[in-house]
Design a binder for this molecule. Structure first.
Ligand SMILES: Nc1ncnc2c1ncn2[C@@H]1O[C@H](COP(=O)(O)OP(=O)(O)O)[C@@H](O)[C@H]1O
Ligand SMILES: [Mg+2]
Length: 267
């Protein structure tokens, strides 16, 4: 199957659709499926579309002490792909050292992941860039806290009230994972603007046929393919494969209908 070619006609249509500001929440069919890779690619595509951009990784687990500060690989990749400079505490208000589920990593450091600092950081980033790409944590239902303060990545997406982009790591098992994730996003009342096919497994059998199947299954839910990211192609180059049109259209539609209020969320 040929790559998604973003034609000059598509570019013209997208220029007409282009909202003033863009923000989206990137989730995936699992951890390690290419959310960071796709978020970085989206940042480049949005910059080509004329936006100043920054990534956000509200919650990250796995840190290394480098250059006198704790660093996380996802945050560094998003920082490299963005066009504006933002402080680490805004890009990543919760950076934990241990590479385990965030609520466990936080507990190991005697802290809890709370919604307010994330909302504050997101709003601060919106003041710095026209486009903010927020990368979720792990899969869509990863817990951020348990017990009385229970909440999850899904709640985080609802709190931010952003259109969602779903990254499918194209590998064996992805068909069911993609449908489960799409249905879960929809069940939370979120707008699923589109999906990205990320070719993470060069040895997979029949990858094109799997993508065609997903185009059919997700298409039946009204969820379009935004583009395919080839194996081992850098985000700055893969950006030309992304059609931002469906994301723009979703944002415009949400603006028309009134964005979901973030104050509706109560932890
Ligand atoms: N299209 C791709 N081609 C080759 N390697 C990829 C691709 N997408 C992701 N990877 C690699 O797979 C791993 C997981 O990707 P990452 O973007 O960090 O996933 P996630 O953010 O979902 O955990 C990383 O080592 C990344 O470099
Ligand atoms: Mg990541």
């Amino acid at each position: 199957m040929s790559q998604t070619n973003v034609t000059s006609q598509t570019k013209e249509r997208n220029a007409a659709l282009r909202p003033e500001r863009v923000a989206c929440f990137v989730t995936g069919t699992d951890t390690g499926v290419g959310k960071t890779h796709a978020s970085a690619t989206l940042l480049h595509a949005l910059h080509h579309g004329g936006y100043s951009t920054t990534g956000m990784k509200p919650v990250a687990s796995g840190g290394e002490w480098l250059d006198e500060r704790w660093q996380n690989d996802d945050v560094e990749q998003l920082r490299a792909a963005g066009s504006v400079i933002a402080p680490q505490e805004e890009m990543c208000p919760f950076l934990m050292r241990m590479p385990v589920s965030p609520h466990l990593a936080a507990a190991m450091e005697g802290m809890r992941i709370a919604p307010e600092p994330i909302l504050d950081a997101f709003h601060a980033l919106q003041g710095r860039a026209d486009a903010v790409v927020v990368e979720g944590v792990g899969g869509f239902q990863v817990p951020l806290d348990v017990g009385a303060a229970r909440w999850s990545t899904a709640d985080l997406a609802v709190m931010l009230g952003l259109p969602v982009v779903m990254v499918v790591g194209v590998r064996l098992g992805c068909l069911s994972h993609a449908m489960l994730t799409a249905e879960s996003i929809r069940a939370r009342g979120l707008r699923l603007a589109g999906w990205i096919a990320n070719r993470i497994d060069p040895d997979m059998l029949l990858p094109d046929e799997n993508i065609v199947t997903l185009i059919d299954m997700l298409g039946a839910l009204g969820v379009p393919l935004l583009g395919q990211l080839p194996w081992q192609v850098a985000p700055a180059i893969a950006a030309s494969q992304i059609d931002l049109g469906p994301l723009y259209a979703t944002i415009r539609d949400m603006e028309r209908m009134g964005q979901p209020s973030t104050t509706e969320y109560e932890n």
